[in-house]
Design a protein around this ligand. Structure first.
Ligand code: Y12
Ligand code: CO
Length: 173
């Protein structure tokens, strides 16, 4: 089932998410719904709070060199914690909750993350490149943070103006 995506400036996006305690069929059904929602929306990453569920769940499906998203490469990441980080990188980010806006954001170059899979088993992920950026972007959602909060004051002001205009245009059409 496809779920509605919460978009900025909805206050729910500021809410910190709680850890998952039960790795049951309801969680599996929710993960499946998140995947369907992300793929239908042309996303590569989605956090549970973006579909109005404040739990520490995120999914990432990085496209291959042909731009195809293979479900076998889907990462389901529950209760994640960054245990190591190194370096700095800039990447142009976008977010399904902030449609139509993309901006360069600074992130760690590499991160090592411990997390649980859908069965509650502990896993460790070493991430570099786009995957590293996506993990950090989605983990920020779990803390109630959006990538636009990392913009400079001037860029943020410009964003608020542009975003309001886009929202107005959408309402009008
Ligand atoms: C790098 C940067 C950001 C992430 C987080 C995951 N972000 C996304 O998956 C964003 C997807 C996105 C898709 C949109 O829809 C289309 O392109 C059709 C979109 O919509 C518009 O721009 C209108 C916005 C964002 C991971 C790695
Ligand atoms: Co996002």
């Amino acid at each position: 089932m496809q779920l509605p995506i919460v978009t900025y400036p909805d206050k729910r996006l500021k809410q910190p998410s709680r850890p998952v305690e039960l790795f049951d069929e309801a969680l599996h059904a929710f993960l499946d719904d998140m995947y369907e929602t992300m793929i239908a929306s042309n996303g590569i990453g989605l956090a549970a709070i973006q579909v109005a569920n404040p739990v520490q769940v995120l999914i990432i499906n990085i496209p291959d060199e042909q731009g195809e998203q293979d479900k076998a490469q889907l990462l389901e990441i529950i209760n994640p914690q960054i245990i190591l980080s190194d370096g700095k990188t800039f990447y142009q980010e976008g977010c399904l909750s902030v449609p139509g806006f993309y901006e360069d954001v600074e992130r760690f170059k590499t991160v090592t993350v411990s997390y649980r899979d859908r069965h509650g088993n502990e896993q460790v992920l070493e991430a570099d490149g786009l995957l590293s950026v996506a993990v950090q972007h989605e983990m920020d959602h779990l803390a109630g943070k959006l990538f636009i909060e990392k913009l400079t004051y001037t860029r943020r002001k410009k964003f608020e103006k542009e975003y309001k205009r886009i929202q107005k245009e959408k309402k009008g059409s």
